[in-house]
Design a protein around this ligand. Structure first.
Ligand code: GLN
Length: 200
């Protein structure tokens, strides 16, 4: 694959780890903090952090509308944790002034995995990795005050699930077109397969 120019939203949260992952895969990672940084990017990663803060900073930096515009033109997005919240269509338990891009038809509830599991790790079975010849080993997923997917639109593919507070398998990795969103933090483990899947 020729090197791609990939933006990583750097306003707050785990951006450095995502830039490292992009670079380890031989692509160019651009630290996006101002509208001018969006020039020429082929995709945007929105990292984990605090979605309310990132939403506020997207407004104050003047990035919200140009990013929304690029998404409308078909730019691919990869959102992890807070990034998943920001890419979703609907936020439950958000702040009233919190905005989202609505590029993947999900309703997500913030911080709703329950107190006992504010942070946890799980080994995920992700058949889509094997289908893309990225191996069939489970993916170690780190969840930190993760968003809880409450509703999934018809055009959204659920790629992995974990047991939620009620014990039922629950979507934590979803794809729609070129967009990928994870309730967990793939950038905090050395496993690059999800970055590879999205870049592919
Ligand atoms: N709880 C955070 C939020 O609502 C997300 C946590 C994370 O990104 N690790 O934005």
């Amino acid at each position: 694959m020729p090197p791609r120019r990939i933006g990583v939203l750097g306003l707050q949260g785990a951006a450095v780890e995502h830039r490292d992952a992009v670079e380890r895969l031989g692509h160019v990672a651009v630290d996006v903090r101002r509208p001018a940084h969006l020039a020429g990017i082929e995709g945007l990663i929105i990292p984990g952090g605090e979605s309310t803060t990132i939403s506020m900073l997207l407004e104050s930096s003047g990035l919200f509308d140009p990013v929304a515009g690029l998404f409308a033109e078909g730019m691919a997005g990869f959102g992890t944790c807070a990034g998943m919240i920001l890419m979703s269509a609907r936020i439950l338990d958000g702040r009233d002034d919190q905005r989202c891009f609505g590029v993947i038809d999900l309703a997500v509830r913030r911080n709703a995995f329950g107190r006992q599991s504010e942070s946890f790790e799980a080994d995920l079975e992700i058949p889509a990795l094997a289908e893309s010849e990225l191996g069939s080993e489970p993916f170690r997923a780190v969840f930190i005050r993760a968003p809880y997917v409450e509703a999934v639109g018809d055009d959204v593919e659920v790629l992995a699930r974990v047991r939620g507070p009620g014990g039922d398998p629950h979507p934590v990795l979803c794809r729609s077109g070129d967009h990928l969103v994870a309730a967990f933090h793939p950038e905090l483990t050395p496993d690059l397969r999800l970055h590879r899947l999205w870049l592919g």
